[in-house]
Design a protein around this ligand. Structure first.
Ligand SMILES: *Cc1c(COP(=O)(O)O)cnc(C)c1O
Length: 377
């Protein structure tokens, strides 16, 4: 099955009982048992729900894994995956990882004795220096947020195997339409499905896919034990969103390429970060490991004041956190998504006060470019 076909025909198709072509929303908490312990595969909806299962089968197929899991948010998915570790374990993470991932590891999981170190995963020699006897995993986000740094997943997976680490990849920015980390050797993929997978700014959700039965059993145990599951309505919305994931990602790609070129040529723009630009330091790697470069672009407007001015002038870019939806969004990471990262660390990473991040939507390219052009004047 090819990529676009799989978005429609992957997972579980419709409903066998009625012929409905859309998976029904099983709005139910419990299931009648014939005898004690004799049932049709479902006992209680925290443990399993048919609509959620249809979504979990679909994301499993898209990521080419062994089993999929749906959670109430991307952070809940990441929390569940980190719950595979125990007191005393240590995890290495990409240094400009999503702000919420930085927060949960450095302010929540540390209290349970799970330690983390943030390191530039584009440089595996630097990563190697941080390995300890108790290191259990390497958590990579690629491309990153907001600087769009790209980590070589094949090299990272060979590195992880050599050191006996699990490789966990946050695939939110690329989606399985462009990038399938498990096929490059990763062990676990996580998603904020709130972003491209849902795609319409109407649902908060998280997904995880694992590459072995052992990890599947462990993660299902944690999903059921901790209970941060996705409800049937939201599961259905994600299945619906996934049907057009390919069309949306292609449309976003076209717009993002044109906008990144426009920004590169604009005299008021100091620097543009987009993996699709030949000037991006990992452009060739990005082209090799993913089918597309995605719709996230960051650019430096020079100062906090200039950034604020641009944000106040745009019409088609909504000032909002989040990303990956049909509508274009604009934000200043230093003051919004990355405000939970201390200022000192932001400066180290290069997240300047003038840095603007845009999530390119599927509007007409000409309107988006004209909008940015007049805002930058
Ligand atoms: C948004 C985001 C998350 C967190 O997901 P939520 O659905 O907001 O909980 C994790 N990783 C990345 C890369 C994200 O963009």
């Amino acid at each position: 099955m090819r990529r676009k076909t799989k978005l429609i025909h992957g997972g579980i198709l419709g409903d066998e009982h009625t012929g409905a072509v859309s998976v029904p929303i099983y709005q139910v908490s419990t299931y009648k048992q014939e005898k004690i312990g004799v049932h049709k595969g479902y006992e209680y909806s925290r443990t399993g729900n048919p609509t959620r299962f249809a979504l979990e089968e679909l994301i499993k197929d898209l990521e080419e894994g062994v089993r999929g899991f749906a959670f109430g948010s991307g952070m809940a998915a990441i929390h569940a995956v980190f719950s595979l570790f125990s007191h005393g374990d240590h995890v290495l993470l990409t240094d400009d990882v999503y702000g919420g991932t930085y927060r949960i590891t450095s302010k929540v999981l540390n209290r349970a004795g799970i330690e983390s170190t943030f390191v530039d995963t584009t440089n595996l020699e630097a990563v190697e220096k941080e390995i300890r006897p108790e290191t259990k995993a390497l958590f990579v986000e690629t491309p990153t947020n907001p600087l769009l740094k790209v980590t070589d997943l094949k090299a990272a997976s060979e590195f992880a195997k050599r050191h006996g680490l699990l490789l966990i990849v946050d695939n939110t920015f690329s989606t399985p339409y462009w990038q399938t980390p498990l096929t490059l050797g990763a062990d676990i993929v996580v998603h904020s499905a709130t972003k491209y997978i849902g795609g319409h700014s109407d649902v908060v959700a998280g997904l995880a896919v694992v590459n072995s039965e052992k990890l599947a059993d462990e993660l299902h145990f944690i999903q059921n034990a901790t209970g941060a599951i996705l409800g049937p309505q939201d599961s259905w919305l994600l299945i619906r969103g996934i049907k057009t994931l390919g069309l949306r990602m292609e449309a976003v790609e076209k717009n993002a390429r044109a906008i990144s070129a426009f920004l590169t040529d604009h005299p008021a723009v100091k620097k543009v970060y987009y993996p699709g630009l030949p000037s991006h330091p990992q452009h060739e790697l990005a082209a090799r490991q993913a089918g597309g470069f995605g719709g996230m672009i960051s650019f430096d407007a020079g100062s906090a004041a200039k950034a604020e001015e641009v944000l106040s002038k745009v019409n088609y870019f909504s000032l909002a956190e989040s990303l990956g939806a049909v509508e274009s969004l604009i934000s200043v990471p230093a003051r919004m998504t990355h405000a939970s990262i201390p200022a000192e660390r932001r400066a180290e990473l290069g997240i300047t006060d003038g840095l603007i991040r845009i999530s390119v939507g599927i509007e007409d390219q000409e309107d988006l470019i004209e909008d940015l052009k007049s805002a930058l004047e």
